[in-house]
Design a protein around this ligand. Structure first.
Ligand code: SF4
Length: 128
């Protein structure tokens, strides 16, 4: 069975329009890419689409209430919502160092979540 699929490459701001020709589920031709990365992206996107997940999580004792985090690698696209929900439910304690692993295996993906900035502990004296 012949199938055609159009994708927009997200490899750089050029946003090349990619055209895939697929025969019996196998990619036979990729056109529209201005560089090799577009071909790699098209193959990945067709066979196993993945996305990086960036968000913030709650930090109960930090100088700021939220810590920015991201997945260490792209996660399968069909797991993105599960990853987002797992991170939404997470609460950590400061201090945190940039690059620190916050979670080893988010939502059963085997992929870690890391802090994208440091977050010191809140040292402000509390009034009684
Ligand atoms: S194919 Fe290459 S030049 Fe085109 S958007 Fe992708 S990375 Fe950029």
């Amino acid at each position: 069975m012949l199938e055609k699929k159009s994708l927009t490459c997200i490899g750089c701001p050029m946003s090349c329009s990619l055209e895939l020709v697929i025969v019996d589920g196998e990619i036979r031709e990729i056109t529209g890419n201005d560089c090799k990365r577009g071909e790699v992206y098209a193959r990945q996107e067709y066979t196993n689409p993945c996305r990086m997940v960036s968000t913030t999580i709650a930090c109960i004792s930090g100088l700021w209430p939220r810590l920015p985090v991201k997945t260490a690698e792209a996660v399968p696209k069909d797991k993105v919502m599960a990853v987002a929900l797992a991170l939404h439910a997470l609460e950590i304690e400061a201090p945190v160092q940039m690059g620190q692993v916050i979670l080893d295996d988010v939502a059963g993906t085997g992929i870690a979540v890391v802090a994208t900035r440091s977050l010191p502990e809140d040292q402000t004296p509390r009034e009684n």
